[in-house]
Ligand binder design. Structure first.
Ligand SMILES: [Zn+2]
Length: 67
């Protein structure tokens, strides 16, 4: 199980003996198994929108240069 610290953004396979962050000692550790459900990951659509936005921006810039 992987761990993620919300305080210092430590990521690793180990936590402290009492479940604390090995990097900063915070108890704000979350395990990757718990956070996995929070990300349904519609990354395909996000990528399409990102590419479309960049295409629009580049077309706008090229339009300004040409005129
Ligand atoms: Zn930490």
């Amino acid at each position: 199980m992987a761990y993620f610290c919300k305080d210092c953004s430590y990521r690793g396979m180990k936590s402290g003996q009492l479940g604390e962050c090995p990097a900063c000692g915070s108890h704000n550790l979350t395990s990757r198994a718990m956070t996995f459900q929070e990300q349904p990951a519609p990354t395909k659509w996000r990528l399409v929108i990102l590419v479309a936005l960049w295409g629009f921006l580049i077309a706008l810039i090229i339009g300004k240069i040409v005129h």
